[in-house]
Write a protein that binds this ligand. Structure first.
Ligand code: GLN
Length: 308
């Protein structure tokens, strides 16, 4: 599809969902406060590097839980599949993202809910918090093809209400399976949640996953092919919290959502898609983001399980 047609399709989908102001925002966070409550942006990047965007494409928002999928990819790449699987499973939990439970084998269910994401963060190689955050920023930036940074405001807001995440980290630390100290794992996880992106940058990250690990803009191989495949598999089965089954049935695109209203999707061999709209449904997924994905999936025939 050429860029003009991509632009027109994206703009149409955005205009259709724009009037919907239902859902609540997570208002303790700096980046969704005030007028940003009704912000809206969408962007796509194809695996051959065509880009389009609509809405507030310049606005930078925190990745929040979208970072869980990205850190999972980074640790797979850095420490390998076996070491990662030893610490965190790949089963949907059917529970809310911050549920205080582990699988009965003692591992967090999957890396896309908080317990698993804290564990995945703890697997990032590095002698201290700064080294681990630096590695993640480097790898995320390579996926985005742009230099990304952490929002100190979001990070401070997150640290101020980290009790539940600390509870999860202590659950993991108790049997001695958390490789680093609980507080450090939570701080590092919240730092990765606070990395800022624009919708176009996030779409390029999706395109890197969709292209088997090669950033279509820079040509850099950021992830091995199996890493992209493993990450997309877990996004498909676990990426939308306890609404993932319905998401797969209706949209059929590997995806990951975040409490900032961010939503990242990647269709293997085709396209990365990103939306940002802070009003969330009761599962914590972006209302209008879902609306845009539903439209694009249908109009561009993106459902990965469709018979072709
Ligand atoms: N920072 C949030 C938390 O862990 C991320 C949650 C999310 O995006 N759903 O509490």
């Amino acid at each position: 599809m050429d860029t003009d047609r991509l632009d027109a399709a994206l703009t149409a989908a955005l205009e259709e969902v724009e009037p919907d102001h239902s859902g609540e925002t997570s208002d303790y966070l700096d980046d969704v406060a005030g007028r940003q409550r009704d912000g809206l942006a969408a962007a796509v990047c194809t695996v051959d590097g065509h880009q389009a965007s609509a809405g507030e494409a310049e606005h930078a928002f925190a990745l929040q839980s979208v970072s869980k999928a990205l850190t999972y990819a980074v640790v797979l790449e850095e420490v390998g599949l076996d070491a990662v699987l030893e610490h965190v499973g790949v089963e949907p939990s059917g529970e809310a993202f911050n549920h205080l439970s582990l699988h009965d084998d003692g591992r967090p269910y999957n890396p896309l809910i908080n317990a698993g994401a804290i564990m995945a963060h703890a697997l990032v190689p590095g002698k201290d918090a700064q080294t681990r955050a630096g590695l993640l920023l480097d790898r995320y930036s390579a996926m985005a093809g742009a230099r990304l940074e952490v929002s100190e405001g979001v990070r401070a807001a997150e640290s101020a209400r980290a009790d539940r995440n600390l509870g999860l980290a202590h659950l993991l630390a108790d049997p001695g399976v958390l490789p680093i100290e609980a507080r450090e794992a939570v701080d590092g996880y919240l730092t990765q949640c606070s990395i800022l992106v624009t919708a176009p940058q996030l779409a390029v990250m999706g395109a890197t996953l969709a292209a088997g690990g090669v950033n279509p803009l820079t040509g850099e191989r950021v992830l091995q092919e199996w890493v992209a495949e493993q990450s997309l598999s877990v996004m498909l089965t676990c990426g939308m919290y306890d609404a993932t089954g319905q998401w797969v049935a209706e949209v059929g695109v590997p995806a990951k959502s975040g409490v900032s209203g961010a939503l990242l999707g990647a269709v293997p061999g085709a396209v990365g898609i990103a939306t940002w709209s802070p009003r969330l449904d009761e599962r914590g997924n972006s209302m209008r983001g879902i609306g845009i994905f539903e439209r694009l999936s249908e109009r561009w025939d993106l459902h990965v399980l469709r018979h072709r």
